[in-house]
Design a protein around this ligand. Structure first.
Ligand code: FAD
Length: 429
């Protein structure tokens, strides 16, 4: 008889600590007296896929992901566990495992967008028992003060409901270490992973974005120790600076640190150090992230179509020449060009810079907003499907924006947030 295994399918949650899916996989395996397999896939849909002629992932994301996988494997090894790595789609990797063992269940994060949902649906239609866990959300659906299909139409509506619900807090981070009996990977690691590990870190001098939980914790602790949280709201719109904002996005997007930990740490900071509008505001931004996750689940395929979830047609096109100028940072608008060059070089730009380049692409260059979203997808080290496509749709006025779109006055914005031109000089000279 074949040995029974429970598979923990690691998608965008590359950590051991506070990982409810890993915990759940261990519990199921214990109850069934099964063995465990932790499996991370370099899915061809992402690693080899293209959209609008652009690769789905770029060097910044691939390097960070490869490092985070490397670090997760180390964390797993410290628990006498392993991490299998496959360059196949999950269904094919799991079918292979099922030929050697008997797969009792596949445990993974609850999908936030269409492709991830279809990935799980495929597993289910092939007869696998799946268990979806809310790993990287602040709240579980049963905690939310509304039914999922009644998600408030705007972020403000969502936030107010959340904040008005008595005793509603994210679960406290799980501190216990998972236990179980793990099977060792029987094949060689994929070449794609080695190649991605060899990609050099394009130095963002301010915050070197190294993958993995250890770097995430070090960075977050340094941010708290420096008391930068106490000034977060005043500095978050600046274009640069090691602590102008938290710089947590890459670690959150790849799941190296949990949003619940960040949430509870800010509360602890308020108790022990200081409580002010800034310390609250980081949680406010985490609620934006949360809102977009539920919004993406709700809007599903419509989030990726030209007319967006609002089903409204913008008079835009996909002109190659204008798009090329925008991608190279050669639009002639200095704040946009500086930001795009920083993005191309480092894989990261501030929230304000993201808003400005998006506004420029949609409203100055009259380009299809999805080109911008796809370009961000290929460049951002912190690419996250819900935050990226949700924010782009929002600025295009096709998402959950009560004002029907955000058009920024780019000169005013540059003068306001880069009054002495340091940022522009840095990236344009
Ligand atoms: C067009 C556009 C595309 C974007 N694409 C992405 C993306 O692919 N991945 C991504 O993580 N963020 C994205 N954002 C949101 C935001 O710009 C980044 O999360 C933020 O700039 C990252 O820097 P930080 O970690 O220092 O953020 P902080 O200001 O320190 O915020 C803390 C955390 O809150 C969350 N957050 C903050 N602002 C937002 C927001 N507007 N929407 C959703 N979550 C938010 C992020 O997880 C962030 O790490 C996008 C914004 C725009 C306007």
């Amino acid at each position: 008889m074949k040995t029974e295994v429970v598979v923990w399918l690691v998608r965008d949650t590359l950590r051991v600590s506070d990982n409810p899916a890993l915990q759940r996989a261990c519990q199921i395996a214990q109850s069934k007296e099964s063995k465990l397999v932790a499996l991370a896939c370099l899915e061809p849909r992402r690693w080899a896929g293209k959209q609008f002629g652009l690769p789905r992932i770029g060097d910044h994301w691939a390097r960070f992901r490869a490092q985070s996988i490397f670090k997760l494997r180390k964390e797993m090894e410290a628990l006498d566990a392993g991490l299998w790595l496959s360059a196949k789609e999950p269904i094919h990797a799991i079918n292979w495992i099922h030929q050697q063992y008997s797969v009792a269940a596949v445990v993974c994060d609850d999908p936030v967008a269409t492709e991830e949902r279809l990935e799980i649906a495929r597993l289910e239609s092939d007869g696998y028992l799946t268990c979806r866990v809310y790993v990287d959300d602040l709240f579980r659906p049963e905690q939310l003060p509304f039914k999922l299909d009644k998600l408030p139409a705007t972020f403000s509506g969502f936030r107010k409901l959340i904040e008005a619900t008595p005793n509603l807090s994210p679960d406290r981070p799980i501190n216990t270490l998972p236990t179980g009996s793990w099977i060792v990977q029987p094949w060689e690691d994929p070449i794609e992973w080695h190649k991605a590990l060899d990609i050099p870190l394009y130095c963002n001098k301010e915050v070197p974005l190294l993958g993995g939980s250890e770097a995430a914790y070090q960075h977050w602790n340094a941010y708290l120790d420096a008391r930068a949280l106490s000034h977060y709201k005043e500095t978050r719109n600046e274009f640069y600076g090691p602590m102008q904002s938290s710089h947590l996005s890459a670690w959150l997007s790849h799941g190296c640190i949990s949003p619940r930990k960040i949430w509870w740490d800010t509360l602890h900071y308020e108790e022990k150090v200081e409580s002010n509008e800034s310390t609250y505001w980081l949680r406010f931004e985490l609620l934006w992230r949360e809102y977009f996750r539920w919004y993406s689940r709700n809007t599903d395929r419509t989030l990726f179509r030209k007319t967006g979830p609002r089903n409204r047609l913008l008079e835009t096109d996909q002109n190659h020449c204008r798009f090329d100028m925008w991608k190279r940072g050669q639009t002639g608008c200095d704040i946009v060009d500086a930001a795009i060059r920083e993005l191309n070089y480092t894989g990261w730009i501030s929230n304000r810079a993201r808003q400005l380049v998006a506004s420029h692409l949609i409203y100055e260059f009259d380009l299809d907003w999805r080109l911008g979203a796809a370009y961000f997808e290929s460049q951002l080290v912190d690419y996250d499907v819900a935050s990226n496509w949700g924010n782009w749709a929002y600025i295009a006025g096709l998402g959950p924006d009560p004002r029907g779109g955000r058009i920024f006055n780019l000169n005013n914005q540059a003068n306001r947030y880069d009054p002495k031109g340091f940022y522009r000089n840095r990236w344009l000279s």
